[in-house]
Structures are given as C-alpha cells and as structure tokens.
Design a protein around this ligand. Structure first.
Ligand SMILES: *[C@@H]1O[C@H](CO)[C@@H](O)[C@H](O)[C@H]1NC(C)=O
Ligand SMILES: *[C@@H]1O[C@H](CO)[C@@H](O)[C@H](O)[C@H]1NC(C)=O
Length: 255
C-alpha cells in the first residue's frame, strides 16, 4: 500500500524537528523530576488515501479546518493508562496548531503510566502550565473548552461534571496570534524536557459533546480530518481514531 501514501505538506513536515523518544528513568522507585511540558504543532507525515487518515508523529484525533473558530468544547472520562515508566499521553481541545502552525490555544489533561495526572492550559509557543487545585483521577468526567475573544486573548476552562468544580485561565498579551482556522480534539504524545514522550496505552479516550463554533457558525467533528499517531508514516500505527456528529474517539492500538 506504499503507493497509497503521499507526503502531504512536505514543507511543513521538514520545518519541524525530528521525533525523539524521551529517556526512560532507570528505577520506578526514584521519583522522576519532570521537565517542562509542551504541546507542539501537529507534525504531519503522509496521508493514507485509502482510509483518508492523516498520519502524525504526535497528534491523534480530529481537526476541523475552516475559518473564524473561536470556541471548542468536548468532555472526556479520564482513562487509566499503562506503559513503560515515563510513557504518557494527553487529551485536549484547542484552536490552531495544524494548518496554522504558529499558535495554539488549548487546555487538557496529561496521563502518565505511573498513574499520575496533570491538568493544564497552554498557548504556544509558551509551555503548559498546570492548574492548581484540580487533582484529576481516572474516571473523572472533565469538560474542556477554549474560547478566543480575539486572536491574542482567550480563556481555557476545565470543569468536573460530577461536582461542577471549574478552573479557568484567562490569557492576555499572548506570545502568538491565532489564525482561528483549526478546531481540534486531540490525544497527543507531547513533549517533556524537549523530547517527545513515549505514547502510553491510554485504552480509549472519547470526547463527547464535541463541537466548535465561531464566525462561520457551529461545526461538528463529523467532517474533520482524522489523525493517527504513527512513528514511521503508516507502517506502525499506534492509534485508531474516528469522529461522529458530536464525538471523537481514539483507541490505543500499539502493542
Ligand atoms: C470530580 O468529582 C469527583 C466526584 O465527586 C471526585 O471524586 C473527583 O476528585 C473530582 N475531580 C476533580 C478534578 O475535581
Ligand atoms: C491504509 O488504509 C487502508 C484501509 O484502512 C489499510 O488497509 C492500509 O493498511 C493502510 N495503509 C497503510 C500503509 O497504512
């Protein structure tokens, strides 16, 4: 099926750094000191013209490509994860970072194979910042949303749907300008201390109540571009994602 793969956005792919695996800690007993965490824009690889899936080094999920997006929302049930020590994944909603590679407004939750979680907000190129007072655990139903009031201002919100507890961060004077052309629901192998984490086995993450809106009206994920994480352009595919009229589902399908 090699012939079915074409390199999409070759210029874009060449402009981003090569994927790197994180160093694994040598002992599970020694607490790892974690470096700065950061989402990076979608590192696009080739596209499978048969399945219409876009392979990515780091993003799985769905991206809706359009104009004027200023609101993205979705709810996940926080999964239990497993994998090598140091393996991790994050689930988040955001605006931009795919065809618009210069900015992302986003919020989400990172899951680590050691059973810890982290709730955060980020506007790249800044790092992710953790919300304090929002200790997430497996089974929590967390609604995530981002709202851009302009291309340089916005709000990130996480809410615990069981209790109504909400944390928000308001961005002002941000370091980059949104294009408002991508709305996304993503599971990511993010960067920590400058290296991409090994993707943890996150089982299944489903974004429900997923929608985006803005100057062009409301969009569902149904017609989004589906992304799957593959370290080698489709030979090994680690995720299997799909989207419906209000859901985006990604399953881990690595070994
Ligand atoms: C969410 O609510 C559940 C149920 O009360 C609670 O167990 C959990 O700790 C809460 N999580 C957060 C992040 O508030
Ligand atoms: C492309 O997608 C088709 C249909 O899902 C699948 O059978 C095939 O293995 C894929 N090819 C590659 C190289 O991933």
């Amino acid at each position: 099926m090699k012939a079915a793969i074409i390199l999409a956005a070759a210029g874009l792919a060449a402009a981003v750094p090569a994927r790197q695996w994180a160093q694994r800690a040598t002992s599970a007993l020694v607490p790892r000191s974690r470096g700065s965490k950061q989402t990076v824009p979608n590192i696009r690889l080739g596209r499978n013209e048969t399945s219409n899936v876009q392979y990515s080094s780091n993003w799985a999920g769905a991206v809706s490509i359009g104009t004027g997006y200023n609101h993205v929302i979705g709810t996940i049930t926080v999964p239990e994860v497993s994998g090598e020590d140091g393996a991790a994944a994050s689930a988040w909603v955001g605006i931009d970072g795919d065809t618009c590679q210069t900015a992302i407004l986003q919020t989400g939750i990172s899951f680590y194979a050691d059973g810890t979680y982290d709730a955060w907000y980020e506007w790249i190129p800044d790092y992710a910042h953790s919300f304090s007072n929002f200790a997430v655990s497996a089974g929590d139903q967390i609604q995530m949303s981002v709202d851009a009031s302009s291309t340089t201002k916005g709000v990130a919100t996480l809410s615990n749907l069981s209790t109504g507890k909400k944390v928000t961060h308001t961005f002002t004077g941000t370091p980059s300008t949104l294009c408002e052309t991508n709305a996304e629901w993503i599971v990511e192998a993010f960067q920590e201390g400058g290296s991409q984490v090994e993707l943890a086995d996150f089982g299944k993450v489903t974004f429900t109540g997923a929608s985006a809106s803005g100057r062009s009206g409301t969009t569902t994920p149904a017609k989004s571009q589906i992304l799957d994480i593959s370290p080698d352009n489709g030979r090994t595919v680690l995720t299997s994602c799909s989207a419906g009229s209000s859901t985006v589902t990604c399953s881990y399908v690595g070994n």
